[in-house]
Design a protein around this ligand. Structure first.
Ligand SMILES: [Zn+2]
Length: 283
C-alpha cells in the first residue's frame, strides 16, 4: 500500500494482518482532516465496532498537522517535532479504540483546499476502493473550518467515482467545528455516542498536545454529546447517554448531479420554515 506523500503513515494496532487486509475488513470508515477529528466526529463508528469480530473501524487523517498551536511542554517544539507528536497521538487513539487501520496521509492543508489536487484525490479513491466500507463518516458541509470542507469535497468526489455497487450504504456528515443541533428533528441522523463513556474520554484525552493549551476538547466533546441527548426531545426521558448528530450525505454520493451547496442549504431552508411556522402560530 503506497500513498502519494512520502511522509504518509500506516499504522496497524493489530499486527496479525496486512495493511491491505486491515483495510479490506473495514465496515466503518472515517475520513477526517486533522488528528483528533475522528475521535470527536465518528465515535459512533468506533463504539459500534469496539470489541466486535465482524465489524471494524478504520480512520484516515488527510493532513499533516502542521501549524498547530503549541504550549506547555510543547512550547519549544519546532513545527516538524509537533507534527511527529500529532502523528503519535493519532496512533495512540487508534490503539485505544482498536481500529483496524489508521492512515495519516500527511498532505499539507493547502493541497486539501485545492479542489483540483490529484494526489489527495487518488489517495482517497484508493482507500475507498480497498475498504469498501458500509458506513462512511465525513465532515459535515456546514462546518466552519475550510480544511474540513476541503476534505469533505475531495471525499465526495472520490466516492462518486466508485462503481454504484461499491458505494457505501450510508454516508454521514459529522460534527466538529459547528454542531448540527440546529437541524430540524426529522433531518437529524441520531448517532448513539453514549456507549463506553470511559473509552470516549480516553480517545479524545490522548491528544494531549491539543488539550494542554487550555482547549478542553475532551470535556467539550463529552458535554456536547450529553447536551444533544438531553435536549433531543422535551418530554421523553433520555434514550441515549450521549448523541452525536449527523447529516445524511448518502444522496450526494448516489446522485453525482446533486450540488453539495444546494443540498446543505436545503437543511437551512427547512430550519427557516420551522421557525417561521412556529412564530406564525403566535403572530
Ligand atoms: Zn480538524
Amino acid at each position: 500500500m503506497k500513498f502519494s506523500h512520502p511522509a504518509a503513515d500506516i499504522y496497524l494496532p493489530d499486527t496479525s494482518v496486512t495493511p491491505a487486509a486491515a483495510l479490506a475488513r473495514t465496515t466503518h470508515l472515517c475520513v477526517a482532516a486533522h488528528q483528533d477529528d475522528i475521535e470527536i466526529m465518528a465515535y459512533h463508528g468506533i463504539a459500534e465496532c469496539f470489541g466486535q469480530t465482524d465489524k471494524w473501524f478504520s480512520g484516515v487523517v488527510v493532513t499533516n498537522g502542521a501549524g498547530s498551536p503549541r504550549s506547555g511542554i510543547y512550547g519549544k517544539y519546532t513545527d516538524e517535532q509537533m507534527q511527529t507528536v500529532r502523528f503519535q497521538e493519532q496512533r495512540k487513539a487508534a490503539l485505544v479504540g482498536e481500529y483496524s487501520i489508521q492512515l495519516q496521509l500527511a498532505h499539507p492543508s493547502s493541497a486539501v483546499k485545492d479542489r483540483g489536487n490529484t494526489a489527495v484525490h487518488s489517495d482517497l479513491l484508493a482507500i475507498f476502493t480497498a475498504a469498501n466500507a458500509e458506513v462512511v463518516y465525513l465532515h459535515q458541509p456546514a462546518d466552519k473550518h475550510d480544511t474540513h470542507i476541503g476534505v469533505l469535497a475531495h471525499s465526495l468526489a472520490a466516492l462518486r467515482q466508485l462503481p454504484a455497487e461499491r458505494r457505501p450504504k450510508r454516508v454521514l456528515g459529522c460534527e466538529v467545528w459547528r454542531d448540527l443541533d440546529w437541524m430540524i428533528d426529522s433531518d437529524k441522523q441520531v448517532l448513539d455516542a453514549g456507549r463506553f463513556p470511559n473509552l470516549a474520554m480516553a480517545l479524545v484525552g490522548v491528544f494531549d498536545s491539543q488539550i494542554t493549551g487550555g482547549k478542553r476538547y475532551d470535556l467539550a466533546t463529552a458535554g456536547r454529546r450529553v447536551a444533544h441527548a438531553t435536549y433531543h426531545t422535551s418530554h421523553a426521558t433520555d434514550q441515549y447517554q450521549g448523541i452525536s448528530w449527523a447529516m445524511d450525505l448518502t444522496p450526494l454520493v448516489h446522485n453525482p448531479e446533486l450540488s453539495l451547496a444546494e443540498y446543505a442549504l436545503g437543511y437551512v431552508d427547512r430550519l427557516k420554515q420551522d421557525i417561521a411556522a412556529r412564530l406564525a402560530k403566535f403572530a
